[in-house]
Design a protein around this ligand. Sequence first.
Ligand code: AMP
Ligand code: GLY
Length: 422
Amino acid sequence: MNILVIGSGGREHALVWKIAKSRKIKKIFCAPGNPGIAQLAECVDIKADDIKGLREFAIKEKIDLMVVGPELPLTLGIIDFFEEKGLKVFGPSKKAAEIEGSKVFAKNLMQKYSIPTAAYKVFKDLRNAKDYIKEHNFPLVVKADGLAAGKGVIICKTREDAIDAIKLIMEKKAFGRAGDRVIIEEFLKGEEASFLAITDGKTVIPLPPCQDHKAIFDGDKGPNTGGMGAYSPTPIITAKLKEEIIDSIMMPTVKAMEKEGRPYKGVLYAGLMITEDGPKVLEYNCRFGDPETQPIMMRLRNDLVDVLSAAVEGKLNKVKLNCDNKLALCVVMTSKGYPGDYEKGKEIKGIEDAARLKDVVIFHAGTALNDTKLVTAGGRVLGVTAMGVGVKRAINKAYEAVSRIKWEGAHYRKDIGKKAIK
Ligand code: AMP
Ligand code: GLY
């Protein structure tokens, strides 16, 4: 088969790495890809949101299956656009991707179908939002409705914080039209977990539960990022809790989307807070997580092409996932300054040396080639991922690999996986 993967981050490198192990493959393309991906696939210079360009390419190269990494092309309707021409593509339609594209849509869906989530109210008008805040206790959470590259959620400890957040979103339009509506919601206490599942709209197959690390600094301090590290499995999702999440959240969500005339297929990713009252949904994503995909792909034993093809063809009821019992752990290395402004073009050294370690894979995210030199080209630069028996071994191996990699100003968290050590 000819496979096309869309995107250029660590998640896409992990998908391509796993797809490359499939016996079904004739050729893998990735648009636009990165230098790590280029070692496994042919990278094509088409942007992830150029859905016309991508479709022309897919027809020309006789692509048998396309997998979409980032949310933007999904919310733009890339799936519908490909399916119009009878192309096979893994992911949700534009109407289904609204589950991530609009937080208001997602919250209203959860309320209507009794899916556990934080209590909330939606505002279109700045003054009403301000009045509402006056009557409430803190902390509160203020969220922009639309896509905001992970920055549209503001935890407010005081009334002043909340007023500033609403003004930032609704008055200053920091996230453009994404801030036409805001959600003000109850602050949930607990531990977070990422729960990803593959679905064809009927069958829901959970991927191994994962723990992300959103904050930039150790001890969950500092601003949120796209994710600074992840590991799987996570001890907070016990077998019993996993069943509860499937029965009270994942299945009801897929059924609700069907009832709403938005049948859902692809990856359904629920960002959860495990509270004293059980698991509650913080948000949905309509795609694989980054960096969650890196450890998940290392643990997955199935042929990924078989699983994705079954999802596209509505035959997931015939698939059983099989995962390595070891723990996989990804440490994300970033440019200095991320998630704020950062410099690019710093030479990266030591990757080959790090990759020589057994059960270690270095996934590229923001890298580029400058002549023959590998340089930094993004905020999140590498996802150093290791597998080990038990969390301590996985941590030691991942950090041994990290210590071999150097560039000026490289930053990483030193406590990925620490919470899993009991
Ligand atoms: P979201 O994009 O909605 O997942 O929010 C990003 C991050 O904000 C989450 O990973 C949580 O750390 C935090 N967050 C979002 N909603 C809430 C909430 N209701 N209570 C506490 N923390 C939240
Ligand atoms: N790691 C969080 C996300 O992919 O949205």
